[in-house]
Structures are given as structure tokens and as C-alpha cells.
Ligand binder design. Structure first.
Ligand SMILES: [Zn+2]
Length: 341
């Protein structure tokens, strides 16, 4: 068994070599060639027999299509997503909502909580892990105490609690998932992102504490979601014109949902305090661009002429998000561009 630790744009991948080689999660679509190369090299040219996904976020299944094209591998996905994948419903599958991309793939089998699996000559249990994603799954090997956790538990935290952004319950489910993990005798966790770790108790303690912090004020989860989505855009594109950020944010439906939980006036105050970071202005220009994620210019005739309250709202949000990422050293400004850091 090998873990390929990837950058944050792509999830980690777990490769089981042996009789029937299997891969858990396949990264983001723009990294698919790299995923194929990693698998090809590790298997020494032998075919990949099976592909499984912990959940169907774009950074976990973006390489599915390429792997299927290369190997015709048997693919198993969470059962609750079957209808959406069969119909390739990009709205229901979160790709349109997040402004992210995923190449269309198919499936051969479904994973359900309670199922048993053989992977790499080891027996694994499929467990439900709602919270970050309502249909996410864990894979646990009781014999070896290994947990493949997806985005339910990282060494420091877990993925954005997406259901809460739409006013649905997610914090409670995330807590129940952590409670479940605490009952497993996991000695090694392979997370969806970041390095694998053995201090499971420490990671759980940090995750509970983060969950307490987020659930005490849902705006915190919403603000975190906006930052994560902008960082994801930067990881995908490496650089984005500052003037494009408000328009990009406005075109992402999840950001629209998150905005309902964000006190923009309070954030705008925060943005004003960090008006200049590292000597660089962080204010994108309202209405200067209305380019949509993954689409052509929406209403370019607006450019720079007049701003609507809608534009002003997204300019404030963009100003705050840019300043936050710069402070966290997750981005920097290069001339008129926001650049991944
Ligand atoms: Zn995820």
C-alpha cells in the first residue's frame, strides 16, 4: 500500500499494489496526467484493476475519467451519488456550485456503509462519514488499524462543512463522524490532504476544538468556505487578476449561499484595516470584471462604468478574502494579480 501525498489542489491517492491493484481517490482533473504517471510508475506498467472514491468532490475524483480511459478499471463510488453520476448532474454533484471542474466518469459498483472490502490483501470496512460531505465514506482496516479518512479528519482539522452553507445540518454530523473515528482503534490515518499521521488522539482533539469554534458562529464556516474556494481557484489557475476576483466570487453559487451567513459590514471593516498588505493595495475594482468561472464574459458592457450594490458586495467580500489569504501567506500580490503562494 502506498500513499501519494499531493498538493492541496488534488487529494492524496492510496494505491494498493498486489494481485488486484486498486486506487482510492484520483485527484483534481487538471492533475490527471500526473495521477496517471504516478500509478503507471508505481505499478510498473501493470494495469490498475479497481478505483474507489471516498466522496465525489472534484479534487477526489477528477482523475477517474483518465484512469478509466487508460485501464478500464472497475470503479466504485458512494451509493448515494449513483443517480447523479449516471445522469452526470453537475448541479447535484457540487461542481457547478463550487465553480470547479470534473471530467465525466462512470461507475460499476456502489459503496455502502457496513460493506466489507478486500484491498491489498487486507479486509476493510466501509463507514459513513457525513459532515464535510453528506455522502462521504471512511475506509477502515481493523486488522492493521489503518483509517483512510478522506476529508472527515486531517492532521489539522477537516474539510469545509458544506451542508451548513445551504442551511442544512452538517456540524452535528461532523461531530458524530469524529465520535465514530474515536471509537475505532485507528493507529494510522491516511487523510485526504496532507501527510499521514499516527497521533490520532491529537488530531481528534484539534478537530473537535475546530468544530466547536465553527459551530459556535456559523459565519466562521461560511467565511472559511469563501477563503477555501478562492484558494482553490488560485491553485487551479496559479494567478487571477485582482479585478476579476469579485466577478469570480459572484459566479460561484456556494459563495452566494455562504454570503447569507456572513456579516459583510464587519468583514468590510476588517478589509479596510488591511487596505494595504506588504505595501500593495488589495482592493479589486468593483464591476471591472464580470467574468464567470468556467464561462465567457457575462455582461462585459458593465465594465468599469457603474457599480451596483451587488458589485459592491462582492468587491467587499473579495477585498476581505484577498487580505485574509495574504495574511495567511496562502497568496501574494504581483502587480495587478493575485498569485498562489
Ligand atoms: Zn471533499
Amino acid at each position: 500500500m502506498r500513499m501519494f501525498e499531493r498538493g492541496w489542489l488534488s487529494s492524496n491517492n492510496v494505491l494498493f499494489t498486489g494481485e488486484s491493484p486498486a486506487l482510492v481517490d484520483s485527484g483534481y482533473v487538471t492533475h490527471a496526467p500526473q495521477t496517471l504517471a504516478l500509478v503507471h510508475h508505481a505499478l510498473d506498467g501493470r494495469p490498475l484493476a479497481r478505483l474507489l472514491n471516498t466522496h465525489l468532490h472534484s479534487d477526489h475524483c477528477g482523475g477517474n475519467a483518465a484512469l478509466q480511459a487508460a485501464y478500464g478499471c472497475h470503479t466504485a463510488i458512494p451509493a448515494a451519488e449513483a443517480g447523479k453520476v449516471a445522469a452526470w448532474d453537475e448541479d447535484a454533484l457540487s461542481y457547478r456550485a463550487t465553480g470547479q471542474q470534473c471530467a465525466r466518469f462512470t461507475f460499476d459498483a456502489l459503496l455502502r456503509p457496513g460493506q466489507a472490502l478486500e484491498l491489498g490483501d487486507l479486509s476493510w470496512q466501509v463507514l459513513a462519514a457525513p459532515g464535510h460531505d453528506p455522502h462521504a465514506l471512511l475506509l477502515f482496516c481493523p486488522g492493521e488499524g489503518i483509517l483512510i479518512a478522506g476529508d472527515a479528519l486531517w492532521e489539522n482539522g477537516f474539510g469545509v462543512i458544506f451542508p451548513e452553507l445551504d442551511g442544512e445540518s452538517g456540524f452535528e454530523e461532523a461531530r458524530a463522524t469524529l465520535d465514530l473515528i474515536a471509537t475505532l482503534d485507528a493507529r494510522l490515518v491516511i487523510p485526504g490532504h496532507g501527510r499521514m499521521f499516527t497521533d490520532v488522539a491529537g488530531a481528534l482533539e484539534r478537530a473537535y476544538s475546530r468544530l466547536d469554534y465553527l459551530s459556535a458562529a456559523p459565519s466562521r464556516n461560511a467565511e472559511n468556505a469563501v477563503k477555501v474556494l478562492v484558494k482553490f481557484l488560485l491553485l487551479e489557475r496559479q494567478r487571477v487578476a485582482l479585478a476579476d476576483v469579485p466577478g469570480l466570487l459572484a459566479s460561484i453559487p456556494v459563495v452566494n449561499s455562504a454570503l447569507r451567513q456572513i456579516d459583510i459590514a464587519a468583514l468590510a471593516g476588517e478589509g479596510a484595516r488591511v487596505e494595504r498588505v506588504d505595501g500593495e493595495p488589495v482592493h479589486p475594482t468593483a464591476g471591472a470584471s464580470t467574468r464567470r468561472v468556467g464561462g465567457p464574459p457575462a455582461h462585459a458592457s458593465n465594465a468599469g462604468t457603474h457599480t451596483t450594490p451587488h458589485d459592491a458586495l462582492y468587491t467587499k467580500l473579495a477585498t476581505w478574502a484577498i487580505a485574509s489569504l495574504i495574511r495567511a501567506r496562502a497568496a501574494r500580490i504581483d502587480g495587478a494579480f493575485l498569485v498562489d503562494a
